[in-house]
Design a protein around this ligand. Sequence first.
Ligand code: ATR
Length: 286
Amino acid sequence: MKRKACVIGWPIEHSRSPIIHTHWLGRHGIDGRYDKVAVKPEADALCHFLKTLRQNGYVGCNVTVPHKEAAFGLLDRADPSAKAVSAANTIWMEGDLICGANTDTYGFMAHLTVTVPDWKSALVGKDQTALVLGAGGAARAIVYGLIEAGISQIVLCNRTLERAQTVARDFGQHATIKTADWSTRQAEVVRAGLIINTTTMGMNDNGDLGLDLSAAPNDCVVADIVYVPLETGLLSAAKASGLRTVDGLGMLLHQAVPGFEKWFGIRPDVTDELRQIIIADLARAA
Ligand code: ATR
């Protein structure tokens, strides 16, 4: 029987996950399918969908906005990444159990490591910090990944300070996490060996983080999780200052890998061919 997976969200039209998974299905000659399913924001719609996942012929699904946190609450078994982030984006069945993970952590860390293999050298053994801008779900996933990678000095800067303080409290036993007022973000750049934008600023060119990156250490790595545009204002400022950059598209591609492997049994590669397919689709949508 054809193995089927899908992505659920509301709205779901913009999701690129079907392009990614359908590409891999074709590459590996797997007789499978990956659908887009619109699931309304109400909790009972999500609950009904997940409880009938198997009945509807699905081996699993990806979960996107606005369901990631609610999906976590409906899991029978959550892996450590989902527990750390309190959100699930990848779901599969084990017997009758609904199981879930959060692969944003893997996606970000894998792309960072592929793009700048020695990124840690700007942090470990130096008095330099990882500066994380934002304190939403993406920031939680990335802070968890940094801590797992052994990074011990993290600065969290968010427009709403209380949200940064919550993240710092939740992860603070594993690393030194300092919270900083949004208005002081420029001052934090001077000591940053890694700067990561997890906010929506810069998406579709809506505003600028307003950072002067010429003040950053010259081995600093600058990452953005925004991928529309592919080169955000932050990344172009980093390049202009001669800093190494990591774009947001790679995180999107890499986060899809563990789900595909769970559902279809083969670990796929993130290739330049796939990247170009998504870039072409983004250009069509622009
Ligand atoms: P996600 O789960 O994808 O991380 P989110 O939880 O909505 O999404 O988080 C969005 C992040 O972008 C938050 O850190 C948000 O700041 P607040 O916590 O203060 O809302 C940040 N953000 C969004 N618009 C912003 C803006 N105009 N200026 C600064 N930060 C902004």
